[in-house]
Ligand binder design. Structure first.
Ligand code: PMT
Length: 409
């Protein structure tokens, strides 16, 4: 596969490396990609609109208040048009604007309005790059999901040596090619996935229930990451305060029984990732009215076990997903107990979460996990934002899926 027939929007920033954007345009065009470019005010100091238009064979966009542009293609349509947006060179100043969420000119407005991935290609003096302010902005942007390539180490235009040199057009081309190859594999194969997330509520009476601290964040981030990789994803989630992105297919449920029914309805799927903290127990009976204090005696609420959804999927002879991934929440003997669960529920991979820690896991924005496969291989993913943990988990799961899929076909 190669990088072909994609719609690529370049934002050309104000740095000496801007001249290399012309080489990248040539490479992209040579491979039949449609390229449009926004030239920032400072980018225009380094390359001219005429050279950009000559190479892209498209109008070069400069100004947000350009009446001709808004008549032809408005700034929102321009951001929707692109399959990916590449900002090169990304200066320290531009990084700051993005991390603040500014929309002060055409480039920043299009980026803020975009629902596509944005690849930043930094280039700046080494001192500017390693400055804590810049690194803080980089971290913020990574958390927002921006992609980065470089900067590389080498001699810079200012004569100093170090990390800050922009990646070459060929390196950027390869990165973008790889980016699309991964996504196209799953899109073309029409892979379908379900993700379970959040807590369940098992009602005792109309106002009281058994539940847990799960916020649904980790599962939501996993569903988003799958969606980014082109996997058709349905998120089945218990009660949560998350403001779900509209593009995601979300089904909200309340109890473990409802989650199981929704999972059953969703089959067949290729992939099931079960992050939900399904309550292990539910009251045998739910009272129609609020229980009075004197109605409740010790031991008067009888509980029974909820059906195990992962086990249902893992041992499903007729409709077993090709890959069943369980999550495991433990406060002790994390790996050992997780491996036992993986075997009992017949899943292919289990993701172990240490929920004795308060800084990660339940209802935190952070997590740290170990991925354990059914050959006993353990891979640790260090503490990070749940969005980044999700991205790494999904990359590993999809790689494993492709290997398994080859064996199935
Ligand atoms: O939601 P967040 O606040 O972001 O927190 C994320 C998390 C900590 C909840 C998540 O990362 C996590 O650890 N999820 C697993 C929670 C859990 O209930 O683990 P468990 O060890 O009790 O269950 C093991 C597996 O069996 C899980 O995949 C669970 O979904 C599944 N299960 C459990 C009980 C049941 N009746 N049916 C199930 O399918």
């Amino acid at each position: 596969m190669s990088l072909k027939n994609k719609k690529i929007l370049l934002v050309i920033g104000g740095g000496i490396a801007a001249y290399k954007s012309l080489d990248l345009i040539r490479l992209l065009k040579k491979n039949s990609n449609d390229v449009k470019a926004i030239l920032t005010k400072s980018g225009k100091e380094f390359v001219t609109p005429l050279s950009v238009t000559t190479l892209t064979k498209n109008k070069t966009f400069e100004n947000i208040f350009d009446k001709d542009m808004e008549a032809e293609i408005d700034h929102i349509s321009l951001s929707r048009w692109a399959d990916i947006i590449i900002v090169l060179p990304t200066t320290a100043n531009f990084l700051t604007k993005l991390s603040l969420g500014k929309a002060e000119d055409l480039a920043t407005t299009v980026i803020l309005a975009s629902d596509k991935d944005i690849l930043l290609v930094p280039a700046m003096n080494v001192r500017m790059w390693i400055h804590r302010a810049t690194q803080t902005n980089v971290q913020i942007l990574k958390d927002y999901g921006y992609l980065f390539i470089g900067p590389e180490e080498g001699e810079m235009a200012c004569g100093e040596y170090g990390e800050g040199k922009m990646s070459s057009p060929r390196q950027i081309f390869k990165y973008v090619e790889n980016y699309f190859n991964k996504r196209d594999v799953f899109k073309n194969k029409k892979i379908k996935a379900i993700v379970t997330a959040g807590p369940t509520r098992e009602y005792i009476d109309p106002v009281r229930y058994i539940s847990n601290e799960s916020s649904g964040k980790q599962g939501y981030e996993i569903a988003l990451a799958l969606d980014k990789f082109g996997v058709k994803t349905k998120l089945i989630t218990g009660p949560s305060n998350i403001n779900y992105q509209k593009k995601l297919h979300v089904k909200k449920i309340v109890s473990g029984d409802e989650m199981l029914q929704e999972v059953k309805k969703s089959l067949p799927v290729d992939l099931a990732i079960c992050t939900a903290a399904v309550s292990d127990f539910k009251p045998l009976r739910k009272s129609k009215n609020k229980l009075k204090k004197d109605q409740i005696k010790s031991n008067s609420i009888i509980i029974e076990k909820n059906r195990d959804i992962v086990e249902y999927l893992g041992k499903n002879n007729k409709n077993r997903p090709k890959l069943v991934v369980g999550f495991s929440a433990e406060t002790q003997n994390l790996n050992r107990n997780s491996i036992l669960k993986m075997r009992k529920k017949n899943c292919d991979l289990i993701i172990a979460n240490d929920v004795s820690r308060k800084d990660i896991g339940f209802n935190s924005n952070f997590n740290a996990v170990s991925l354990i496969d059914n050959n006993g291989n353990i891979k640790l993913i260090k503490k990070n934002k749940k969005s980044l943990i999700a991205h790494k988990i999904v990359e590993i799961i999809l790689d494993k899926f492709l290997i398994n899929d080859k064996n199935f076909n």
